[in-house]
Design a binder for this molecule. Structure first.
Ligand SMILES: [Zn+2]
Length: 67
């Protein structure tokens, strides 16, 4: 179902530098760099989303089967 929507895998806050990566296991965003917890994050994916291939993550990923 969620595959119908193409979700950026990574996003960066333009204000505080927080970096999050979308984790399919939890179905949400996981912080790689915390940044400012009080920041109202301004994600860099608005309208200018450019798919970035993380070679390590892609090659190391095992196929997850969701029931
Ligand atoms: Zn922020």
């Amino acid at each position: 179902m969620s595959d119908l929507l193409r979700t950026p895998e990574r996003r960066t806050c333009e204000r505080c530098g927080r970096v999050e990566r979308h984790d399919d296991d939890i179905g949400g965003w996981r912080a790689e760099r915390v940044g400012d917890i009080h920041c109202i994050h301004e994600w860099d994916i608005d309208g200018t989303f450019v798919p970035v291939t993380d070679a390590d993550a892609t090659s190391g990923r095992t196929a997850l089967e969701e029931c």
